[in-house]
Design a protein around this ligand. Structure first.
Ligand SMILES: *Cc1c(COP(=O)(O)O)cnc(C)c1O
Length: 421
């Protein structure tokens, strides 16, 4: 469910007309709904009611300061995967003790930043990383709380580029080696083991892979406790999928996911952490773009938009589907026609959809890519020296630009010409 609905024949975000934002901000732009962000965060938080837990928003999905602040105000923790994200979370007012640090290649500088600034835990992914972290913590005279990310070797049944829990993936340590690795961790003076971490992939549309992975984590918890490790926290990762089309079967709801977690892990008495990203932000954002030209090709019409692959790369990178809707509500029963919907970038990959059935559109019309709130703006670039796409946040009848479109001069002035030129 989201808060982008037609009202009086045009698309609104909450109580604000998308066309009004476009008139003020220009296109393309991302638009987020506060109400949807809050609703999705609360669904997860409530799904774990009755169990000690922390929902750590995976901020790589959408990391604008205003989005982080919106979620932090509801008590969200953050899952960060870089020093930059750690700094962003802190800048948005998230205390260190609510931040977990994930990622397969943390550097010494990143470790130091988080240890000095405060951290809830590091999710460690390898033995070399464990040794490095212990050394950095010792230098600083502190002890780093850790979980070890285990790779449970389950098939998440999702797109290959976002599956992370099979043994061939680079993530975590094989669960079969967990006892050895935990024994190693226990010998390192700069570390304190607090739990186990697992994250098997993204855009999962079935609970079964999660259940299989969590069962393995439950068994491992008992095995590690028997060896004397103090397992008090289980970080279960993110990955619950969202409906990208209206027609598809809907993925499981957070409440069903929470119920399954309680069933599989409730008896262990651990504090549960989850790291949803996509489900919090995905349907809370749209990308609004304008038709520049309608071009008739051989046997097909192209809708050439002012948004491009540099603004939203998911179709090019993951063959992802986004529903695309006209901002002016089509008249009921109007005949649709197929369009290839493309951007202006000089790559054939700059194609959002082929033979997509749309109402007749003309130059100047606005369209909205739905479900673009996660892995949209954060993956945008300035390829073709197209200004980084701005972001807008709506709250009831108000809206604010939360990241402005850079001017050409701002883009150009980031470069410097060496003296010898
Ligand atoms: C990407 C990621 C997440 C979030 O995944 P979603 O599919 O967006 O929920 C959570 N944890 C880790 C470790 C990740 O890498």
């Amino acid at each position: 469910m989201d808060h982008f609905l037609y009202r009086d024949g045009e698309l609104y975000a909450e109580d604000v007309s998308i066309a009004d934002i476009a008139a003020e901000v220009g296109t393309p732009f991302y638009c987020y709904s506060t109400a949807t962000l809050e609703r999705h965060f609360r669904l997860f938080d409530e799904a774990l009611d009755g169990t000690p837990h922390m929902v750590c928003y995976a901020m790589k999905a959408a990391s604008n300061q205003a989005i982080l602040k919106t979620l932090a105000n509801l008590g969200a923790g953050m899952d960060v995967v870089s020093g930059g994200e750690y700094a962003r979370a802190r800048a948005a007012g998230v205390p260190g003790e609510k931040i977990v640090f994930s990622g397969v290649g943390k550097t010494r500088d990143e470790m130091r930043l988080a240890l000095e600034g405060g951290i809830r835990q590091f999710n460690v992914e390898s033995e070399p990383e464990m040794e490095e972290l212990s050394a950095v913590a010792q230098e600083l005279g502190v002890v780093a709380p850790i979980t070890v990310r285990v790779n449970p070797d389950v098939d998440a049944k999702t797109h290959a580029k976002i599956a992370t829990g099979k043994s061939e993936n680079k993530f975590g340590i094989p669960i079969s080696r967990a006892k050895e690795v935990y024994a190693h961790a226990a010998t390192l003076p700069g570390l304190k083991v607090v739990g186990i971490d697992v994250h098997i992939g993204s855009q999962l549309t079935d609970l079964e892979p999660f259940r299989l992975a969590y069962r393995k984590v439950a068994d491992l918890t008992e095995a590690l406790r028997a060896e004397g490790h103090d397992i008090i926290r289980l970080d279960l990762g993110g990955g619950l999928g969202i409906p990208y089309t209206r027609s598809n079967d809907a993925p499981p709801l957070p409440v069903e996911y929470g119920q399954m977690i309680k069933e599989e892990l409730g008896h262990l008495g651990c504090e549960i952490e989850i790291e949803p990203g996509r489900l919090v932000a995905g349907n809370a954002g749209i990308l609004v773009s304008k038709v520049i030209y309608v071009k008739s090709g051989e046997g097909r019409d192209f809708l050439i938009l002012d948004g491009a692959m540099n603004d939203l790369i998911r179709p090019a990178m993951y063959e992802a589907h986004h529903d695309i809707v006209a901002v002016d509500e089509p008249e009921a029963g109007i005949e649709q026609q197929p369009y290839d919907i493309v951007g202006p970038v000089c790559e054939s990959g700059d194609t959002f959809a082929k033979e997509r059935m749309m109402p007749p559109l003309k130059a100047g019309d606005l369209v909205a890519f739905r479900s673009a709130g996660a892995y949209g703006a954060v993956m945008a670039s300035e390829y073709n020296t197209r200004p980084l796409v701005p972001e807008v946040l709506v709250h009831e009848h108000q809206f604010a630009v939360i990241r402005a479109r850079p001017t050409f001069d701002e883009m150009i002035n980031r470069d410097t010409i060496p003296e010898w030129l």
